[in-house]
Design a protein around this ligand. Sequence first.
Ligand code: MN
Ligand code: MN
Length: 404
Amino acid sequence: MDAADTPVPHHETPVLGNPDLPPEGEANTVDHPRSTVMTGPRNPVIESQFPNQIDPPRTDISTQAFFWSSFNISPRRVQQGGWAREITKQDFAISDEIAGVNMYLEAGGIRELHWHQTAEWAVMTRGKCRVTTISRNGVPSVEDVEEGDLWFFPAGTPHSLQGLGPDGAEFVLAFDDGDQSESNTLLLTDWFAHTPPDVLAKNFGVAQEVFRDIPLHNLWIFSGDEPGDLAADQAAAGVEWGSAEPIIFRLSRSTPLHKNSGGSIQIADSTNFPLSNTVAAALVTVEPGSMRELHWHPNADEWQYYLRGSARMTVFNTGPHANTTDFRAGDVGVVKKNFGHYIENTGDDVLQFLEVFKTDRYEEISLANWLSHVPPSLVTAHLNIDEATLATFPRGAQGITPLR
Ligand code: MN
Ligand code: MN
C-alpha cells in the first residue's frame, strides 16, 4: 500500500469528506480526477440551472428518491377563462401526501362550482379572486382573496373561484392527498347532465323543460362576467356577517413565528386558522446570504413551492444518504417526515417559498435548539468541539440564520 492509498483519518481531513467504506463521493477521487468525467450527451442549458446537482457538495453521499419537480415543466390544461397545471403523485412519486395545482383565472374567469374528496388549501400568488363556499353546517361564505391570502375548504365542501379585475388571479392549490387531481373533481354541470331530467324536475319543483339547455359537457373553467360588489354578492348568497367560520387567512400579514435580520417564518395552521385542520403551512422569507436553518419535521412530509429567488437544499436521510439540488421560482420540493434539511438562499435577491404539510399543527425540530439543550459535554464528546466554542452556538431555534 503506498501513501496515496492510505485513508486519511477523518479528523485530519482539511475538507469534509465521507469517512465511510466503501469510498463514495467526489472527495475520494482527488487522485483520480478522470473518475468524475462526464462524456455526454449533455444539455448545458439544463445543467446551468442545477449547479449543486451537477457538482454536488463534497459531503453529499449516495442517492435517494428525487425530491425536485416544477410547475415550469408541467403541461397546462387551457380553456377559455384560464388554465391549470398540476404535480400529482403520478408525476412525482415522493409526493404522496400533497398534490399541487397552479391555476390562472382571467378577470371574470370561473372555476366551476365543484367539490372533491380531499381538502383544498390554496394561496393567492398574483391578483385577486372571489371565492364562494357553503360549510358542512350549511353556512354560506363569499370572500375576496388577495395576494398573500390563503383559503381552506375541508374535504367535500362545495366551492367556486372567479378571477377579479384588472388582471385575474393566479394561485397554487395543495390537496391533502397526492393522488388528487384538478381533473378529478365532482362538477355541478356533470351531475346535472347525468341526472334524469324528471329527477331534476322533481328535485327543484319545476318542469323538465327548464333543463333543456344545460351543458352536456362540463365547463371546468370558463369565461364569465366580472363579479360586482362583494357586499351585494354576499347579501344575494344569504351570507350573514360573522356567521361563518373564516375560510380565508391573511398569511402574509400574520405575526411571524421567527423573525430576524435573515428573514421570517409565518405560520398558518389550526392554532391560528381553526378551519385548516388537515393542512399546516409556513411562508418562509430568506434574505440573500441567509439560510433556513438545519431542522426536520416530526409530524408530516414537507411540500415546498418556491415563489421567488433561488435556493439549494440538501436532504439528509438514513444510510447515510445526503443529496443536494437547486430550486427556483415555480419549482416544487418534497422532504419526507423526519429527514434533515436546510434551504439556503443562493441568489442576490430575496428567497421566498411555502412549506405545506398534511397535518393540523406546524411542528419542527431545530438542530441548534436540540444541541443547546443537552449537556455540553455530551455534544463535545461527539463533535470534537471545545465547550467554549460550543457555548457560542445559538441557544435556541432561529428558524432563519441571522445575517452576520
Ligand atoms: Mn377545488
Ligand atoms: Mn422544513
